[in-house]
Write a protein that binds this ligand. Sequence first.
Ligand code: GLU
Ligand code: MG
Length: 449
Amino acid sequence: MTKAASAAAKDLAAAGVTGVQIAWADNNGIPRSRIIPITGLARAATRGVGVTTLFAVFDTHDAITYAHPGLATPAGDVRLVPVVERLRRLAGQPALAWAPGRQVAADGSPWPYCQRGVLERAVAEAARRGYELRAGYELEFAVAPAGSADIASTPGHRGPAYSPHALVELDGFITALLHDFGANGLGLNQLHAEYGLAQLELSLSATDPLSAADDQLLARQTIHAAAHAHGLRVSFAPIVSPEVVGNGWHLHTSLWRRGRNLLGPAYPEGAGASYIAGLLRELPALTAITAPSVPSTIRLRPGYFASAYAFWGVENREAPLRYVPGSELLGPEHANVELKPSDASANPHLALAAVLATGLGGVEDELSLPDPIDSDPGTWTEERRREAGVFRLPATPAEQDAALVASKRLGETLGEELLGAFRAVRSSDVQWAAEHGTEEIIAAHLWRY
Ligand code: GLU
Ligand code: MG
C-alpha cells in the first residue's frame, strides 16, 4: 500500500497536485474532510490522520450531542485513512486529489462507528454467501446563482421541466459536469432538467456498492466545484421549498449470483422476488436510514413521486420500490429495483449496507412478493389500502425511530454502537426542529449536503 501510495503521490505531484482531500460522510449524510499535502499521502495511507471520535455524534447543524453513552466525552481520537485505490485527481479543483476515508481505531483495528466499515462488512458477508450487489444513484438537485439565500426567490433555471431550453442558461455548468464526471472517473448515464423548481438530475452507472457509495460522495464534490466555477450554487437537500417536489437520491440495485442478475430478465421471480420482498418487509426501518432527516419526512408525501406508502410496482413512479424490468433490447442485466425513499441526508455507505442486508434477509427467508400495484394508493380510501396491505411509511422522525429500533436485522447490520450514535444524532436534530417552523427547517438544511 505504501508503495502504491508513494507512486501515486509522485505522479500526482508531477501533474501539479499539491494536496489530497480525504472525505467521508457523517450520520447526517454531510460530507466531512481533511486535506493533507500530497507529500504526506504515503504516511497517511498507513497511519491515517487524527480526527475526533465526535464526528459520529455531530448533528445536521454541527452541534455535538453527548446523549450516546459510547461517545459522551470530548476525549478520543481515531485515524482517518485514505482509500488509496480510489484516489482521483479532482478535475474541477485541479490542485487537489480526492480519496474516501475509512475511520479506524488508533491501533488500526476496526472502529465500530465507521460507516464505510459497515458497508465493507455487509459486502463481505454477502460475498461469503455467494451474492453480489450492483448499485447506482440518481441525484436530483436544485440550482441557483451563487450567493442566493434560497432556491424559490432565485431559481437557477425556469423550466420547462425536461426542456433543453431550461439548460441553455446553465450551459457552462453542464459542459463542466460532462467533462469533470468523465475526468474524475464517474460513470454518468444521463442528465436533464427535472420536474422540480430549478431542478436537475443526473444518474450514475451501476457498480459495486463500495464504489457506488464512494462515487456518490465524489459526485457531490464534483458538482459543487463545477457550480462554484460557473457562478452557481446547488442544493442537494431533500426538499428546497414546501410546495414543490423534493430532491430524491433514488438508489437502483440488483442482486447477482454467479454472474447472473437475479432481478432479471423481465419480472422478479425466485430469489429476485425475495430480494424485493425483503426490502418491502423492512421498508419503514430502511427508510429511517435512507431518508432519515426531518426534511426527508416532509419530502415523503403522496402524489409527489417521492413515495409515501409501502408497496412495490412495475415502473410505478409513486412506488417506494419501483421494479425496472430488463427487455430483449436492454438485456437481463438491466433489471433492477429503485428505492425512492432515499435522499442526500442519508449516509450512502449506511444506506447501501441497509439495502443489502434487508434484501438478502428476504432471500434468506425465501419471502414471496405480493402482487405489484400500478396506481397511486395515496388516492385510495383507507379501507382499500388496508385490504391491499398497503400502509403509510413512517411520516415522522418518531415513527422512523420506532421502526428502526424494531428492526433486528438493521440493528445487527449497523452494530449497537453505530446504531446508538445514529439515533442520538437523529434525536438531536428532532430537538432542534421542535423549536423551528417548516420554512426554517427547510432553509437550515438547504446547503448542508
Ligand atoms: N423528485 C421526486 C422525488 O422526490 C422524484 C421524481 C422522479 O420520479 O424522478 O423523489
Ligand atoms: Mg427524477
